[in-house]
Design a protein around this ligand. Sequence first.
Ligand code: TXE
Length: 508
Amino acid sequence: MKKSLLQSSRPKLHSHFINGRWGQTAPNGKSFENRDPANGQLLSVYPEATRRDVEDAVAAARKAFGMWRQVPVAKRGEILLKAMRFLEERKEPYAHAMTREMGKVLSETRGDVQEAVDTAFYYAGEGRRLFGQTTPSELTDKFAMSVRAPVGVCALITPWNFPMAIPSWKILPALLCGNTVILKPSSFTPDSARHLAEALQEAGVPDGVMNLLYGSGAAVGIWLTEHPGIDLVSFTGSSLTGSKVGETCGRIFKKCSLEMGGKNAQIVMDDADLSLALEGALWGAFGTTGQRCTATSRLIVHERVFKEFSEHLVARAESLRVGNGLDPKVQMGPLINDAQRAKVHQYVQVGKNKDGATLLTGGQILCKGDFENGFFYAPTIFHGDTGMTIAQEEIFGPVTVLIRVKSFDEAIQVLNDSVYGLSGSIYTQDVNRVMRAIRDMQTGITYVNAPTIGAEVHLPFGGVKRTGNGHREAGAQALDIFSEWKAVYIDYSGKLQRAQIDTHGSEA
Ligand code: TXE
């Protein structure tokens, strides 16, 4: 990286947010830098949390839980609504800051902030619902219902690809349900996490209810996961890390939700509107530089339209404008860091050399001229087969694999030929195929005539197989992670009534 492009004066050291104070600043002297992936500029510096910081945050969250769980849910919802207004007002500066630290283009970072706005709006409304159930008792003079109770202190561990949206998916339903939280964002996107926390603090979230700690997963992430004072871990990130988090939580009986990888596919049938399918494929494969868990990393195309579709796709991918996401003309920004770019390039080598796939376009690191100090990569398209490594493993970059199929049945079979099951899409005009695809795709999210990306916040988000561990984020379903069901029986008969025994008239 060229020294001249780095700022000469060091930006201020930010601090953790513990018990309502932006106070703790690296007493151990350890800090990390947040740099712009488009040009290497130093944006901000953050402290690495120590074990002491973790202890302080857990203690603050535990103490605040006693109070917060008793705040009426409608009141908790009102605070979220206020936070929503702050986020809405500050959408533009927050989006700019996000593009600078994460790289994706401004229209997408605006969308990321908007997702937090929508999530706050949705869960604020839930403050007037948070429904339980009433149901008749099997006994006379007995009342039965179920209510939701908060879980306790939640550790929320998040990745860098949706720096505000993913933390908001976790923090907002967690708070609404009456939990207190400690957020540990990815070290690649600390500014956006701080912005979200600031909006919530200003909206009136009481001291200790929401805490923010920066630092590595290998230290702070593990300390939080193992800590006996944490009741629940909600994690989004790689499958490798997720399996470690799940293992730890399983061992110590901790509630845990995992949202991990994907190897999502778009099917293009011979009767599809090809130009629509093309737009969907470009957006799905190269939006967010392919760094979405729902990215279209496989394109399953019917042989009758394969040639036409692939030729157009390659031409359009080659005309995509790559560059700094702050430039409104740019369509695809850089990758998050050098390691991610090296990983993507490594997969491309595997595709060419080991898999024997045909590279149709791309496959190069972009490092000349304006690209010199950033982590840019050319939009890349392979023609391959379902068994290849590049068609099986999550690459998390601007790489997609075209797979030719002969029939609808084969297309579904190929789509399901994955250890993951997050998102799937089909382009067809045939209603019978649509209905069968909805039934047979092994995915948590299914799109028809739309790309594999584009989830809305009021529907459940998550996947089957190795994508997750059975939970869903967003929508009413996220409430099931962040609350415990409590069954309540009220007997007003004034006598002992024995369920299953007295109703059937038998004597035990
Ligand atoms: O993920 P990690 P990263 C995938 C994608 C990418 C890879 C690495 O394939 O190449 O993950 O990205 C914290 N205990 N996805 O490095 O390492 C870590 O600090 C507890 C897919 O971001 O899984 C960060 O806050 N926590 C994904 C978070 O976990 C730990 C989106 C995620 O880090 C930890 C992003 C540990 N042992 C990346 N180790 C998707 N599918 O949405 C790390 N962390």
